[in-house]
Design a protein. Sequence first.
Length: 125
Amino acid sequence: MNTISFGIDVSIYNTYVIVVIGQSKYINKCLSKRGLKKIDISNVKGAAGYTFQLEEGILLWLKQKPPFTAFNMGCLVHEIFHCTEFILSRAGIKLSKKSDEAYAYLIGYITENIFNTINNLNNEL
């Protein structure tokens, strides 16, 4: 399996996250399969991960496929934070003492969905 690609519905904020794990050259192929516009991926050269704001949602890309190293786990958490910040910013929620629980819950939700999907895909192999 060259690339893992799946979506996470974040309906409470009326958006979704597309997760692409694998070589960056597959990002636009995964978007095209979903009928979405191609994006400029020139910023990802040399990166281990990157998060893009799309018109339709958020795209989280990681270069390394499971099993993850500690470094790549750190990259995943980093990119999940960016997804959370993009989603909540669109909803008008900036990070503050009053909103930190919203951030924490959304980070947990996205993380849980990524790991559950990856585990389910691994069980199907």
